[in-house]
Design a protein around this ligand. Structure first.
Ligand code: UGA
Length: 382
């Protein structure tokens, strides 16, 4: 009790504080504590179901379980990412006329979730009942963030549209990176030049191995499904997904090229397994997708990640970045862990069979790497 099983900056301290002061307690009994609560936050997973549709069976089950125990006039707040219309499904599952259900999507990023929670850009509240919206917004008052009060369907759409827009921005910059490679431009400068325009904004313009994680792939697929079910063909988002799948393939193609055209029976090093830095989450990680495709080509993939120690299906996982590079024909950098910048690349090169680096996060200095005798390719850099 009291330990945090995931890597999340600041969470362990917060947990300790909450447990110590008695403000926080845990139970595996869903009915526990519910009868005296003014607000009940539902923060359950909504995994990807068939055809990319979001599976809301967990939230329905929880609502059915807590319904009979709720205090009169309690407010059930849904924080889970659910398809448009789910607020009403939760209402039905609760079976309580006197209890209001409010949609209150979260916009936290893994790795900075505590910081994002305490300093939100905005609070979105979707409620049919104005008094409930006011009661909920009072909880967030001291955070000083703008509060948008709207109806539940709009709040639910805001969540999906935000993630889908960010994924679109990433696929766009990855596509621009591909263009830069053929026209001889530098995507890092292009992104810089674009980002000065506040209408574009400078964040989320770093090209990479493709976007992944437990949110973007699931939410983009779900939004495409929601649109389809409602009779709208969200062709733009389908293109965003296609570009992303192509991005994994582009990294694999670079690796194959730099490895001399053949990886069958050869060792390839993979630095970074998580879907991004500052987390230990490997769900839908582009790194794993790239590793899978390299293995399909016959490569033996040797991985290192500061937060991943496990055995991983089909991958050799080693305890330090140098060990991953022994006798490899190429090194792929898939996650932007800061420590990768400061390693001894003379030593790295000395261990490799071929001094070839595919830097899918543009972490290293191309000129310095080439001077050190590496064949080096980043993303969108000539
Ligand atoms: C994302 C959203 O950013 C959060 O606002 C949202 O609350 C969350 O999903 C969610 O729905 O729960 P997260 O999944 O933690 O948060 O990850 P991001 O930081 O958004 O990164 C997503 C992917 O984009 C990662 O694979 C990352 O490496 C990639 N990325 C991000 C880039 O390739 N380049 C960038 O410039 C930024």
């Amino acid at each position: 009790m009291g330990s945090v099983p995931i890597v999340e900056d600041g969470l362990a301290e917060l947990l300790k504080q909450g447990l110590g002061s008695g403000a926080l307690a845990f139970s595996t009994d869903n009915a526990w504590g519910v009868d005296s609560a003014d607000f009940i936050f539902l923060c359950v997973p909504t995994p990807q179901g068939p055809n990319g549709r979001s599976n809301i069976s967990i939230i329905e089950r929880v609502a059915t379980e807590i319904g009979p125990h709720l205090a009169p006039d309690a407010i059930v707040v849904n924080k889970s990412t659910v398809p448009v219309g789910s607020t009403h499904i939760v209402e039905r599952a609760l079976g309580r006329e006197d209890v209001q259900v409010v949609s209150n999507p979260e916009f936290l990023r893994e790795g900075s979730a505590v910081q994002d929670f305490l300093h939100p850009d905005r609070i979105v509240i979707g409620a049919d009942d104005e008094a409930s919206a006011i009661r909920l917004s009072a909880l967030y008052l001291r955070l000083g963030a703008p509060v948008l009060v709207t109806d539940p369907a709009t709040a639910e759409t805001i969540k999906y549209a935000s993630n889908a827009f960010l994924a679109t921005k990433l696929s766009f910059i990855n596509a621009v990176a591909a263009l830069c490679e053929v026209v001889g431009a530098d995507v890092r400068q292009v992104a810089l030049g674009m980002g000065y325009d506040p209408r574009v904004g400078s964040s989320f313009l770093k090209p990479g191995p493709g976007w992944g994680g437990s949110c973007f792939p699931k939410d983009v697929a779900a939004l495409i499904g929601i649109a389809e079910d409602a009779g709208y063909d969200f062709a733009l988002l389908k293109g965003v997904v296609t570009v992303n799948a192509g991005q994994y393939e582009r990294v694999v193609a670079k690796t194959l090229r730099l490895a001399g055209g053949e990886v069958r029976g050869k060792r390839v090093a993979l630095w970074g397994v998580t879907f991004k830095a500052r987390t230990d989450d490997i769900r839908d990680s582009p790194a794993l997708e790239i590793a899978r495709r390299l293995r399909e080509l016959g490569a033996v993939v040797v991985a290192y990640d500061p937060t991943v120690h496990g055995p991983l299906d089909g991958l050799e996982v080693v305890g330090d970045p140098y060990a991953a590079c022994v006798d490899v024909v190429a090194l792929v950098i898939a996650t932007e862990w800061d420590e990768f910048r400061w390693l001894d690349f003379e030593k790295v090169g000395g261990l490799m069979e071929r001094r070839a680096v595919v830097d899918a996060r543009n972490l290293l200095d191309p000129a310095a790497m080439r001077r050190a005798g590496f064949t080096y390719e980043g993303i969108g850099i000539v």
